[in-house]
Every structure is written in structure tokens, then in C-alpha cells.
Design a protein around this ligand. Sequence first.
Ligand SMILES: NC(=O)c1ccc[n+]([C@@H]2O[C@H](COP(=O)([O-])OP(=O)(O)OC[C@H]3O[C@@H](n4cnc5c(N)ncnc54)[C@H](O)[C@@H]3O)[C@@H](O)[C@H]2O)c1
Length: 353
Amino acid sequence: MQKTILVTGGLGFIGSHTVVALQEAGYEVVIVDNLSNSFAFVLDGIRAITGILPRFYEGDCNDRDFMQQVFSKEKVEGVIHFAAYKAVGESVAHPLKYYHNNLVSLIVLLELMQQYGVANLVFSSSCTVYGQPEHLPVDESAPILPAQSPYGNTKQVCEEIIRDSVQAGMPVKALALRYFNPIGAHPSAHIGELPIGVPNNLVPYITQTAAGIRPELSIFGKDYNTPDGTCIRDFIHVMDLAEAHVKALDYLLRQDAPSLYDYVNIGTGKGHSVLEVVQTFEQVNGIKLPYKFAPRRPGDVEQIYAKADKAKQMLGWQARRSLDEALRDAWQWQKALKEKGILEKMQKAEANS
Ligand SMILES: NC(=O)c1ccc[n+]([C@@H]2O[C@H](COP(=O)([O-])OP(=O)(O)OC[C@H]3O[C@@H](n4cnc5c(N)ncnc54)[C@H](O)[C@@H]3O)[C@@H](O)[C@H]2O)c1
């Protein structure tokens, strides 16, 4: 009997790839998304890969009545909670918007999980909880530093909300996955990252520059204390990250304890500099990118990459795909956006909303 998993934010970047990985692992998927940062046509991309159209409920995770209807209709056995706002800069300008969306959605979810006896929760956390760690690679025992932004703070507080609920005896088994930097796209180019407006992240900015949508890429800071002076990050292929969610869910479903809370780094264990990523993109795709160096961006840590041993031991998961692969897949996706008319679909969906 297939287990039904509720994926909130399942039409977003990481969510959509995770839906594919869940379906391929034999789970039945139900998606809740309010399309605030995604499009309904992502469902077509998912079906093109797996042949299965997941059930989709359009609505807001903060809307208790709506969420209650989903829980009462579906026999949910696990939840993966991606739905959140994620733009660091915007969170500084609009903190309440971020605290409201990211905290209330989790609280509503936990209350309904308790009410409907749903025991398993995988939560999207982030390596931002570590700030600039003293020791690299950073492992899960590193201290949680004061958050640099309201967005980062929502991830810390959400982890605390889950931890406190479990400590208080709520019958939930929960894992917070602390993602490093997800990049790339599904190798079929049927789904990928769809940033609305000017991208905040490096790789979509690179692919849009390569496609001629942006005139030039800015690399923020060339005077960091790193071998080439640019920031270092742990870039993880989004399909590796998606598969980590399946492993996390499998793990929770195997646990006999009625409640548990733990947190795990999900990264490759390798750091690559921003300049290295730009040069690798050029190399693997045979494209010359126009780029310049710009001043440091406030809030960027100098370098961070994961010690990912806990994920290997606990979940039996490790990243398998290379940076080359991720950057090739990202470029194929950018090209598909044009070839498959996805940019036009985006414009149409935005005009209709
Ligand atoms: N992408 C990253 O670099 C990164 C890194 C660390 C953690 N995360 C976290 O992972 C999760 C997924 O990130 P992503 O990159 O896929 O983002 P995304 O914006 O592509 O996906 C989030 C999805 O959630 C939906 N959503 C937002 N608020 C909602 C609400 N109240 N109700 C229903 N749907 C809602 C959006 O429409 C979108 O489809 C987020 O929680 C994010 O904070 C992302």
C-alpha cells in the first residue's frame, strides 16, 4: 500500500524535484502550494518525468480551514514542509511578512498533524543557522549563531518550535534538514529553478547572463580570505537534495519511538569558490560569461561547507552528483525555458494571477 506524503511548497524549486524523487521511490504525493513563488504548469513537468500527476491543492498553509480540508480528505502519513519565503534581502525589508509566513505555516501544520495523528515531518532548514562557523567543514555540533536576517531567524525559530513540541511530548518524529546551496535542475530539463524577477542566487544569474537576459554577472567580493578571494559555498545538486528527503522520510518511518527530533546537514562536503563555479560553468558548457567584481554584499559569510557524515551514517545518504553535472543541468534547463516556451507560460500565469 503506497504511503501518502503531503509536500507543502511542492511546486517550488526543491519541492518539485523532491516530488519526483518521492514518486520514483513509490510514495504517493499530495501537493499544497499557493503559487506565491511558483506556477501550476510545474505539474506538467513532474508528470512528463514520472508519468504521474500528483494531487494538487492550491491554497495557503497559513489558512487553517483550508489545511484542515486537505488533512481530512487525504490519509497523510508524512509531511515535507518546504513552503516558506526565502529571499534574505526581502526579509530584512519586510520582516513581518517573513515571520508570519514561515512561522505560522509551521504552527498550523504541527497542530493539524497532532489532530490527525500524522507522525512524520521533514522540515526545510538551512546552513544559515551556523552563520560563519569557526571550524570547517561545519558539523551539526557547531553552535547556532545569532541570525543575520529575519529569514535566517525564521529557520532557527522553526527548528526550536519543532524541538520544543517534541520535548513537550507531542507524538511527532521530525528531522530538520540543513541544506547547503542547492543548484542545478532535473537532467530531463522538464523541471528546474524558476526565479521570478532578478535572481538572488548565483546559478540562475549565471544561466540568465549566458542566455543574454542579464548583461553581466557581478561577483560580490574578491578580497575574502580564500584562495581566489571569492566566497566559498557547498553547492549541492538539487536531485541529490531531493533524494535526501526520501531517505529522511524512510528513516522516520522506520523509527519505533513515538517522538523524536534531530537535525542533519545536507551538503556535498566540498567547498567551491564563486569564481570556480563561473569558470566551471564556462568550461562544461563552452560559453564565455561576461562578469565583473563588485563590492562585498552585506550578510554574506566568507566560506561555509558541510561535514556530511551524519547524513551518511543516519540516513545512508550522500551526494553523488558533481558540480559539472549540476552546471550542465542548470544550462539545459535555462535553454528549455526558451525552447519549451516556459518563459511565455510564466508570463501568462503571472498575467492571469
Ligand atoms: N533554495 C535555497 O537556496 C534554500 C536553502 C536553504 C533552505 N531553503 C528552504 O527550502 C524551502 C524550499 O526552497 P525553494 O528554493 O524550493 O523555494 P521556492 O520559493 O522555489 O519554493 C517554495 C514554495 O512554497 C510556496 N509557498 C510559500 N509560502 C506558502 C504558503 N504560505 N502556502 C503555500 N505555499 C507556499 C511557493 O509558492 C513555492 O512554490 C524553503 O523553506 C527555503 O527556505 C532553500
